[in-house]
Every structure is written in C-alpha cells, then in structure tokens.
Design a protein around this ligand. Structure first.
Ligand SMILES: CC(C)(COP(=O)(O)OP(=O)(O)OC[C@H]1O[C@@H](n2cnc3c(N)ncnc32)[C@H](O)[C@@H]1OP(=O)(O)O)[C@@H](O)C(=O)NCCC(=O)NCCS
Length: 178
C-alpha cells in the first residue's frame, strides 16, 4: 500500500469490483473514459474491470486516507517494455473532483513510474474536451504530442483525442525544481 498526503493507493479486493462498476456507470465519468458506446454496464463487466486492474503493471484503488472511502482507480501499464514506454490512466468519482486529489494521485503515479519501472516516457490519451484532465496532466509536465481528429462521437458531436507524454528527462528537471 502506498500513501500520499491525503490518499491511499492500495491493491483491489473483490468488493471493489462493485464500486468500480458504479464508477464506470456514472454518467459523468463513463463518457470521459471510453471509446465505446455509452451504456449501462452489468455485472459481467466486472470481469473486464478485474482483467484491467490485474494486467496493469500498477493497478491501484485510490481511497481517502482520512476515512478509507473509495474514490476511484489509477493504472499504469508498461505497454512497450523495449521502449520503456508506459500508459497512465486515472478515474475518480465526481464528488471528489476539483479538490486536488487527481493531481496528487497522478503525481504519485508519474514519480513511481520513473523511479521504479525505469520508464523513459509515460503516455496517455485524453479527449480534447476533457479540460479538467488536461489541466492536471499539463500541470504535472505532460506535453501535447498529437491530435487524432474527430476520433470520438460524443454527445452529438465529434471530439478529437489528444496524445500526451512526459519524458524521463522532463520529469527529472521538474523534480529538480521541486
Ligand atoms: C481527471 C481527474 C482525474 C482530475 O482529478 P481532479 O481531482 O478533479 O483534479 P484536480 O482537482 O487535482 O485538478 C483539476 C484542475 O483542473 C482545473 N479545472 C477544473 N475544471 C476545469 C475546466 N472546465 N477547464 C479547465 N480547467 C479546469 C482546476 O482548476 C484544477 O486546476 P488547478 O489545480 O490549477 O486549479 C478527475 O476529474 C476524473 O477522474 N475525471 C473523470 C475521469 C477522467 O476524465 N479521467 C481522465 C481520462 S484521460
């Protein structure tokens, strides 16, 4: 189990799968984290959630340190070991948004990736209309690297997908400034 100032990042237990399913069924959350159709996900989807967290190089349930309350999850998947490239993903329930928790958890996962997985870069994809997430990523040193235009049909309109990345050398120079 890992901790930050206000958060716990811990392994999942069986009962978290119901909470993860609620997270994915949240109408504010689901459109921001999937390329698939927005729909109601039944208990079968828990197997997908289980596989996702188990196959991750780092798969954490994010909880509030003070109360132990479930907040969401964070994943790091080393997708290209040869290229020392990994993908980061984070998702919190809406009641926890805009309190700095996402920044705190993401910073932990970036630091952890470079310190312990020896990565040279960390990558992610984000919908271009997800301004909150982009703010967090840019604040922590991610740079916009590419734009897949009209990649997702969302709320009756097309949205682009941005590719973002942070290099080890950028992370090191950010860490030096802290
Ligand atoms: C993305 C997510 C992890 C961010 O976590 P969070 O706890 O809400 O983020 P924080 O509170 O740490 O930071 C949010 C920042 O965005 C800013 N922000 C909020 N709404 C914004 C908006 N509409 N436009 C621009 N910036 C915005 C806040 O001011 C804050 O920046 P600041 O610290 O410089 O003031 C969280 O909102 C989430 O889980 N969203 C749903 C799932 C998701 O989108 N995951 C990412 C998919 S790529």
């Amino acid at each position: 189990m890992f901790t930050t100032e206000r958060l716990i990042l811990r392994p999942y237990v069986e009962s978290d799968l119901d909470l993860l399913l609620c997270l994915w069924n949240d109408p504010l959350v689901q459109p921001l984290v999937t390329n698939e159709s927005i729909t109601l996900l039944g208990p079968k989807f828990k197997e997908t959630l289980r596989a996702q967290i188990e196959k991750a190089t780092f798969g954490a349930i994010i909880a509030l340190k003070e109360t132990g309350e479930f907040m969401g999850q964070g994943l790091i998947v080393v997708t290209e070991p040869k290229n020392r490239d990994g993908v980061l993903a984070i998702c919190l329930l809406p009641q926890f948004w805009n309190n700095g928790y996402g920044t705190e958890a993401t910073k932990f996962m970036i630091d952890h990736s470079f310190k312990w997985f020896g990565l040279n870069r960390l990558s992610l994809g984000v919908f271009a209309n997800n301004a909150r997430a982009i703010t967090v990523y840019e604040k922590l040193g991610f740079v916009k690297e590419g734009r897949k235009r009209q990649a997702v049909w969302m709320d009756n309109q097309w949205e682009d997908i941005l590719s973002m990345g942070i290099l080890r050398e950028e992370w090191e120079s950010n860490t030096d400034r802290e």
